[in-house]
Design a binder for this molecule. Structure first.
Ligand SMILES: Nc1ncnc2c1ncn2[C@@H]1O[C@H](COP(=O)(O)OP(=O)(O)OP(=O)(O)O)[C@@H](O)[C@H]1O
Length: 230
């Protein structure tokens, strides 16, 4: 049985159809690349899965939870890294981590261990007591990323994971995502950096004007993109 089951999801905004009868199934333990041109609807699909944007039609089920009827349990199965860091100005980096740890009911010992491990790997261990305004954009992104990477949950959604990260942090993230997947997490990510996601993803899903245009193995996408260059 698939982990995430999206059936006939339609989203309308300002009298425009942004997602049009979208059907997606994601299996356990794989990385999926959501591909498409600017404005295709990738971020809207991510936010709709998260429940940040309300769908007009269709259903979304994650594990055995229906987004409409079991929203709290549904949300505890996934975390989201948005394209633009969204941090609260009145909380330090550490307080953001604590907020996430509590909302995913992490045990204190594993929370402490993971915060220190991730903060050190992403080289922000000396910034834990800083507020967002005194962090650089890349550092804010790292804080947001650590929040989402802390809990061990079935689904991770990442909008443009490598944007704004330095080379070291980007390749470290790539390695961490592979580790997560080897422990059965499923990852859905969007990216315009095709070279990076071609190495990373197992499958692709292509959105065009709010509709799924194509989907399949990343190998096949590579083949198609080579053919179109010839
Ligand atoms: N809050 C909103 N109100 C109205 N229209 C919106 C809103 N957010 C997005 N849209 C529209 O929905 C469409 C899809 O936008 P979305 O951000 O999902 O695209 P995307 O595929 O993530 O693009 P990009 O690659 O540029 O990040 C666009 O036409 C955009 O103008």
């Amino acid at each position: 049985m698939s982990l995430l089951h999206i059936e006939n999801v339609t989203v309308n905004m300002l009298h425009e159809t942004i997602l049009n009868q979208v059907n997606v199934n994601l299996d356990h333990g794989k990385i999926y690349a959501l591909i498409g041109h600017n404005g295709a609807g990738k971020s809207t699909l991510m936010k709709t899965i998260m429940g940040l944007i309300e769908k007009n039609e269709g259903s979304i089920k994650l594990a055995s939870y229906n987004q409409d009827t079991s929203f709290l349990s549904f949300k505890q199965q996934l975390s989201y890294i948005p394209e633009e860091p969204f941090l609260l100005s009145e909380l330090t980096a550490m307080q953001h981590f604590q907020l996430y740890g509590q909302s995913y009911q992490m045990k204190e010992s594993s929370f402490n261990e993971k915060v220190h491990e991730l903060a050190s790997q992403f080289e922000i261990d000396d910034k834990l007591n800083e507020y967002p305004e005194s962090l650089s954009k890349g550092m804010r992104q790292k804080v947001q990323m650590i929040c989402a990477l802390l809990p061990d949950i079935p689904l991770l959604l990442i909008d443009e994971p490598f944007m704004g990260l330095d080379v070291y942090a980007a390749s470290h993230l790539q390695q961490l995502l592979r580790e997560k997947v080897s422990h059965h997490t499923t990852i859905l990510l969007t990216s315009h950096q095709l070279d990076r996601i071609q190495d990373l993803a197992d499958e692709f899903i292509m959105l065009h004007n709010g509709k799924i245009e194509d989907a399949g193995k990343m190998e096949d996408f590579r083949f198609l993109s080579r053919r179109s260059e010839e």
